[in-house]
Design a protein around this ligand. Structure first.
Ligand code: C2E
Ligand code: MG
Ligand code: MG
Ligand code: MG
Length: 293
């Protein structure tokens, strides 16, 4: 989680500014043709209910492999897409594909179908067409709005602009859920929690690392996690822990009253069938989630 903890994401690039520029423009070009060729893929990471280990949702994560440079971190693809004005297209592609997948789960699994949780960049939130676009997409793919969650970072939610607030209100009124991603790593101004229809806080993995000994965290992390859980519940929000890597962390989070969790301990981001496989075992029997603890 060094990257998430605030390190410079472009340290590799900074080693040589000239190469960095060249690489960026190569990637930017690649991004453009990747969109045309449909070269992106999506991975789905299960989100489980800590009380019983049942998967209730899945975060949608963008993957792109450049033909020469190999896999590109999604933060870099997203940054580049914003820079070169492709984020609208790329963001819509992610939303449409994610919703199509969720609609398939909904058709196959009914009540037990996981919701999808899609990351939105700040730029996407400011797109005036967002709410109408999204509601139309839900309609077209046949997905109930309650099966869609949007993840926004604190920095995307801050700021006085009325457009994003109206868009989120409109979406929330239809049942779309809004989650704050990487809660606690952005700004300490919490006023947006009063203004916006937020339903869930996601605790950044950097804080989960420090919950148990032997990781890079500090004793403060435990207090921070406890405080975020208390804050969420005090505001009637649910709370998800990200980056849960060990049984110990999962157990501790459950005992602290954290509602949901995701992380390598439960499942890595995978193909869409990772979800049904967790829900339905051999012969159609429900899978016993207990071994997770
Ligand atoms: P995020 O939204 O906070 O997503 C969680 C990240 O943690 C993902 O990284 C996931 O693969 C990783 N992760 C999950 N479990 C564990 C674990 O147990 N340990 C560790 N160390 N990591 C874990 P990923 O897939 O590389 O995505 C990075 C970031 O890129 C995301 O952070 C999100 O901010 C952004 N992103 C990814 N896909 C999209 C997208 O479609 N649109 C936008 N706007 N942003 C995206
Ligand atoms: Mg996220
Ligand atoms: Mg996150
Ligand atoms: Mg993030």
């Amino acid at each position: 989680w060094a990257k998430a903890a605030g390190g410079d994401r472009y340290e590799v690039y900074d080693a040589n500014r000239h190469d960095a520029q060249a690489l960026r423009s190569t990637l930017a070009k690649g991004l453009r043709s990747a969109l045309h060729r449909d070269d992106f893929t999506l991975r789905y990471q299960p989100i489980v209910r800590l009380a019983d280990g049942v998967p209730i949702g899945a975060e949608v994560l963008l993957r792109w492999t450049h033909p020469e440079h190999g896999p590109v971190a999604p933060e870099i693809s997203i940054d580049l897409a914003e820079e070169i004005g492709l984020i609208g297209q790329l963001g819509r592609w992610v939303l449409t594909r994610g919703c199509q997948q969720a609609a398939r789960w909904y058709r196959d699994l009914g009540d037990r179908a996981p919701f999808v949780s899609v990351n939105l960049s700040a730029r996407q939130l400011h797109d005036v067409g967002l709410a109408d676009d999204l509601l139309r997409t839900l309609d077209e793919v046949g997905l109930p709005a309650s099966q869609l969650q949007l993840e926004l970072t604190e920095s995307a939610l801050l700021g006085p602009a009325q457009g994003p607030a109206d868009a989120l209100e409109a979406l929330a009124a239809h049942g779309v859920r809004v989650a704050v991603d990487d809660f606690g790593t952005g700004y300490s101004n919490l006023a947006y929690l009063r203004r916006l229809p937020v339903r869930e806080l996601k605790i950044a993995g950097a804080f989960i690392d420090g919950l148990t000994p032997g990781h890079s965290g500090t004793p403060a992390d435990r207090q921070i996690v406890a405080s975020v859980i208390a804050l969420a519940h005090g505001l009637n929000l649910t709370v998800t822990a990200e980056g849960v890597e060990t049984r110990e962390q999962a157990r501790l989070l459950r005992s602290m009253g954290c509602d949901h969790a995701q992380g390598w301990w439960f499942a890595r981001p995978g193909e869409p069938d990772v979800l049904p496989r967790m829900l339905v075992g051999e012969g159609g029997k429900p899978v016993d989630p207990v071994p997770m603890y």
